[in-house]
Design a protein around this ligand. Sequence first.
Ligand SMILES: [Fe+2]
Ligand SMILES: [Fe+2]
Length: 286
Amino acid sequence: MNTFAGSVEKLCSASIRDYINPYSYIEWPETLATDQWCTTPELISLFGTPFYDDLSPAEQQRLSFYEAINFFSLNIHGEKSLIEGLAQRLYRKGNDVVSPYIHHFLDEENKHMIYFGGFCVRYANKVYPDRKMVFTRDYEAGEEDFMFFGKVLIFEEIVDVYNRRMAKDERLAPIIRQINFLHHRDESRHPAFWRLLLRDLFEKYSPQWSKETRERISEYLKNYLLATWKEYYNPAAYKDAGLKNAFDVQEQALQIDATRKHRNEVSAGCIRFLMETGILLEQPQL
Ligand SMILES: [Fe+2]
Ligand SMILES: [Fe+2]
């Protein structure tokens, strides 16, 4: 058995071992007190900016709640498109090795949406809408798959840094910690798999790709990384938290050094992988 097939088999066993029922696993509090943290303060998108510093502690906690709704909402949208793309690839010719694991992915990502959506609808009565745009065009052999899995890797690696930190943060409401912990438990396997798969696809297809295709893929994934980060700065969440001029806040916050530093720090591992493999041809400017 080659190493890729062996790794897929191990990942399947781990998914079977950690299988949970999300309906019985989580005990939802009737209501959620507003005088507590729902996002790790240092992970709040405006942390380190005057917009955050000017808020009272109560207002900062209110913002932390809407940032959690935004974080969970963007997870739902990321997972929706992941499920869509994975379902299309299930049992597709050439996917014999990965299809058994795709079943686990579909199951796990659906469960994640159950608790992310459960939280948002219960306590905020909404999920923020998806703000990403989708473009379609023609692709070279292997290019479409590669970009799909590249996007998934970027998306999940950033999310997992947040999950890991919030699962351990004792300042947070217990239900928030639990959701982040549960998500991290499954997700601790997913990015490792995407990295394996991307290396495998890159070795297989990149020698046949033209220089233009290599550049296009690098540019596309870089833009996806920027777009993903922009979603963490959601004017709708700022407005709900009572901030004025929410769109200006988003635009200005993205330019402040403290937030750039944060984005670079959180995505460092992912960017390192994409640069070392040669997938990204230049360091992205976040
Ligand atoms: Fe997930
Ligand atoms: Fe995942």
